[in-house]
Structures are given as structure tokens and as C-alpha cells.
Write a protein of this length. Sequence first.
Length: 278
Amino acid sequence: MRVPAVLIVFLLWVAALAAQAPLPSADGQANYIVGPEDVLSVTVFNEAQLSGRYRVENDGHFSYPFLGRVKAGGATLADVATIIKDRLADGYLRNPQVTVEVEQFRSQSLFVMGEVRTPGKYVLSGAVSLIEALAKAGSTTPQAGGEALILHPKDAARGGGVTMPERGDADVQRVNLREIETGRLSKNVTIRDGDTIFVPKAERFFVTGFVRTPGSYTLEPDMTVLQAISMAGGVTERGSGRRLRVSRVVGGERKDFDAKPTDLVQAGDTITVKQRLL
């Protein structure tokens, strides 16, 4: 099957964005929300015994020398650094200099499912955009449609499992990938912890009869019969742009009827261009 040129451009653009995306720096991590299983690296200037790696436990705390249990879950890295600094300054050190970074990101994740090259669960290292998340999964496949569904779970405590559109347990946000491709970067939305991105398979239609390139094509939103015929190379010299038939499944039965160029195409339609009358 020939891959549309517009899809190739889109895939190359996704790969380029992924390659250019910077790794999270210490400054960029400052607003990261810490969660269970994250491994933090705490550094206290000139205090080797107070510097080290600490794993955040399921209750959101970690054990720290002299201070005992320190709450980190739900706080930003900047907040955690301030907590440690203030408590060390309260009777232990004079003007301590403290930095906190994430050594291993483990608490936040998302799922990318559907028509992507490597579906699965991916760990978040901070805020990511839709395109960056798709790039993590190897980008979309040639069979993918032009839309992505972002499912925000209604129950944040549901256990971090994958959410699917038909379950009704998530708020669904639909994003037209073609709009991002054409430069509408406002559609390149931010993905949150626990979200599931689902890329449906493209809905298709068929064009046959007196057209230059009969075959199966990807259905775009609000596509007309005339646009569908244009995708098939247009009507041949022997064909008639007025003698059009559509075969469509209605109520479980396939029915044939005359069509106008302005009629909208539906998934699964077969459009037939008949020979013009002499």
C-alpha cells in the first residue's frame, strides 16, 4: 500500500520534534510533582553525609538523615528542597545550600495505544506534548487516522491502568493531527499523568468505476463525493461526473443510491463513477 506523501511529511516532522526536545534540566525539573517510587538525588553543599539518593515510598515520604521522615509526594522538587533546607537550618546547619533532582522517574506515566508503532506504557519525566508522547511510541502507523483521542481518567485513584474510549471512565478530548501538521500548534496539547492516548485506525472508503486510480482511501472529516473522486485521480474521459452511485451499509443492509458531488462520504462507502452516456 502506498503511504500518502502528507503522512510521510507528518512522520518526519514528529521525529524531528522528538530529536529536538531537550532533556529535563535541573531548572526544568523544579516544578515536577514528586510521587511514589521516584528516586530523588539530594545534594547539600559541602555535606557529603547529607547528600545521596532517596526513594519516595508509597505514602509519599522518604527517610533522610537527622530529619527522619520527609514528605515529598505531591510537592515540587523546589518545595522538597525548601523543606529540607528549612529543617536543616533549624538546629543542624547554618545557611545550608540544598538542591533536589529526580534521578529516576517512576511515579508518572501515560499509555499510548492504537495505531502507533510501539504501543505501551511510558514514564513521564515532566510535562510532555501530544506530539512528544506519540514520538515516544514511535509515531503513528500508515493505517492511523487523522485524529488522536486523549482520555483523562475521571478517577485519579483508579490504579494507573490503561483507559479505552468505550469504557466511559474518562473524559475524551479529540485532537485533529492534521491541524497540528499544518501549523496549528495550539492543538499540540499537554499530556498529564495517567492519560491514555488512543490513535484509531483510519476509516476508509472505496472509489471504483471510471476514475484514474480506483482503490481504497482514507476518509477525512466532512469529505464530499467530489473530493473523494479527486483523491482517486478524478474522472476519466469515458466517465461521467453526474452519473455517481454510492453503495452504503444502512441498518445492517447494503443499499445503492444515486449521489451528488456535494454529498458527504461515510466510512465504508463505495463510490462508483459510471460511464458517460454518448
